[in-house]
Design a protein. Structure first.
Length: 237
């Protein structure tokens, strides 16, 4: 029986992959989807982690579940973890699927984050006043749009610091270390990580192919799960 480990993205959880899991299992594929620490019902780390620490956690999870060899799919943030695992432990992975992976990171100016964080805190107080609460959702959307850091403002506690470390960790240096057959999947209309990075990854990973999904944005597992599993099954078979 084929096995597939799925690593979800930032702000996601196991439940958002339920449809994909059910479709794959109906095709005879065993699926394992860990809930990464800090997401869903999984407690946040007690220290500030980056992708490397998350990869170590996944290795422990695999050992507990006695999974030694499998296919691996990583989406968005999960894609960065998958790239680390593939580069360091290629013997564990049959085939690798990177779905809009957050591997290439551009440095964000800390000053910009500080400014918008301050505006967000002030705005929250102002729009909590009677008569103004109704405008708060609109204000919040504007802040997310202008800052480009919606995930940062939604994060709480230590997850804010983890988000900053994760988004400051550029992993493009790993591309040349990935030797497993690799499928790169990208939504043509991805508004979170531009599809141009898919072409960059295709050039950087030796044994890889790129499939661009027409009219799809950043979450093919929710937008078009049937098409996604077609690509997965075709590739791992």
């Amino acid at each position: 029986m084929k096995r597939l480990l799925i690593l979800h993205g930032w702000g996601s959880c196991r439940d958002r992959w339920k449809k994909v899991e059910e479709l794959l299992e109906s095709k005879g594929i065993e699926v394992l989807i860990p809930e990464l620490p800090g997401f869903g019902s999984s407690p946040a780390p007690t220290e500030v982690w980056g992708p490397e620490e998350y990869a170590e956690w996944v290795l422990d999870f695999l050992e507990k579940n006695k999974w030694q060899r499998f296919n691996l799919l990583g989406h968005s943030f999960g894609g960065s973890i998958a790239a680390i695992l593939a580069s360091k432990h290629p013997e564990m992975i049959e085939k690798l699927i990177l779905c809009s992976p957050a591997i290439i990171r551009k440095k964000k100016k800390g000053f910009k984050i500080l400014i918008f964080s301050t505006i967000a805190k002030i705005g929250k107080k102002i729009f909590s006043l009677p008569g103004l609460r109704i405008f708060y959702p609109f204000f919040r959307k504007v802040i997310y749009k202008l800052s480009g850091s919606r995930d940062y403002y939604l994060a709480t506690g230590i997850m804010k610091e983890i988000f900053k470390k994760v988004t400051q960790t550029d992993l493009r240096y790993l591309l040349k270390e990935i030797k497993n057959p690799t499928l790169i999947l990208w939504g043509e209309k991805d508004d979170h990580i531009p599809v141009k990075y898919g072409y960059f990854l295709k050039e950087g990973i030796r044994n890889s192919k790129l499939v661009v999904l027409p009219r799809i944005k950043h979450s093919p597992h929710r937008e078009t799960p049937e098409r996604l599993i077609q690509e997965i099954i075709s590739f791992i078979d």
